[in-house]
Design a protein around this ligand. Structure first.
Ligand code: PMV
Length: 331
């Protein structure tokens, strides 16, 4: 921990096989169920934080532009929590760069709050474990708790702030799973996950979902530990459909799927019949995340291209590492 008042960290997005959807405590982001993810290589957010004398408030520049007030306030609120922990008085200037489209169902808030938490903790000289930083990142965005680790990660729901933390399940090199993300839409989503979490209680299917999530968490964790790709994939696909069932049957109904989303759900079934080991999951957005073992990536990309998606519309992300402090600042 440098404690010099300025630090830069990078953190990666993550993809959940078992999703976080619904909260027991909306202020502390304590989830109703546990979740398991892989950290995504390449989907990096880099953030520099500098605490300075003489600033009247926290400032945020996102991808080279002064951030909108809503985003600035959300980030300032997070920084305020960390200031309080450290007994810091000064406001900060922050700059953040995403290596991928924001708010396209790619959990950019996860990498953003993980990078911010690690950079601010380092700048403030906070001596905290990765688990403790995971709990702090969770306050900014629930899924950010999982981006505090590389590889395969489980967020234990816990009962209070200190117990609701992510823990590693397996390291990055344990299993070579690839997430091929197809950007069928890159526009910002209309309903953010925050609102979605608050609506889960209105779906008649939420109780059924919660009842069998513990068994699914066991199955997915065991599939990862056993390097059983097909169980991991098939459970992830069922899980995505169930989570979207809850979203669709909430009031108001959250319909994230586009016609292209359904087209891919059908396509992966056909591709599997043809011997490609591919399964599909989705976040709170329409973009297909195609899970595939590294050996099947080339064959899969040819199929994806046949549906009209290639180049910048397709992101190929392997299992990524955890956050780290880097020496090169953004300003
Ligand atoms: O961290 P949030 O509030 O953006 O919620 C993330 C929700 C999902 O991405 C849909 C699921 C997950 O576990 O990442």
């Amino acid at each position: 921990m440098s404690g010099t008042g300025k630090s830069t960290a990078e953190a990666r997005a993550n993809l959940a096989f078992v999703k976080y959807w619904g909260r027991a405590d909306p202020t502390l982001n304590i989830p109703l169920n546990g979740s398991i993810s892989m950290t995504l290589d390449g989907l990096v957010t880099s953030t520099t934080v500098e605490f300075r004398k003489g600033l009247a408030r926290d400032g945020l520049v996102l991808n080279g532009e002064v951030a909108g007030e809503r985003e600035r306030v959300r980030v300032a609120k997070h920084l305020e929590r960390m200031r309080r922990i450290a007994g810091e008085q000064r406001f900060a200037h922050m700059e953040s760069v995403n290596a991928f489209p924001k708010s396209a169902g790619l959990a950019s808030s996860a990498s953003a709050f993980a990078a911010l938490t690690v950079a601010a903790a380092d700048a403030l000289g906070l001596e905290k474990s990765r688990e403790e930083l995971s709990a702090i990142a969770r306050l900014g965005s629930g899924s950010a708790s999982r981006s505090l680790f590389g590889g395969f990660v489980e967020w234990k729901p816990g009962k209070d702030h200190d117990s609701s933390i992510a823990v590693p399940v397996a390291p990055r090199d344990h299993m070579d799973v690839v997430d091929v993300v197809v950007l069928v839409e890159t526009a910002e989503k209309r309903v953010g996950s925050s609102e979605g979490h608050d609506l889960t209680g209105t779906s008649p299917y939420m109780d059924a979902r919660l009842a069998h999530i513990p068994a699914r968490l066991d199955k997915v964790r065991e599939a990862i530990l056993a390097r059983d790709f097909d169980t991991l994939g098939s459970e992830s696909e069922r899980e995505a459909i169930e989570f979207h069932t809850v979203a669709m049957t909430s009031t108001p109904s959250l319909l994230y799927w586009l016609p292209e989303t359904l087209r891919f759900l059908h396509a992966v079934r056909t591709w599997r019949e043809d011997g490609v080991r591919v399964w599909m999951t989705l976040d709170a957005g329409p973009n297909p995340h195609l899970l595939v073992p590294r050996a099947d990536v080339t064959r899969l990309l040819a199929r994806v291209k046949s549906l009209g998606y290639e180049g910048a519309r397709v992101i190929v992300a392997g299992v990524g590492e955890g956050p780290r402090v880097v020496g090169k600042h953004l300003f």
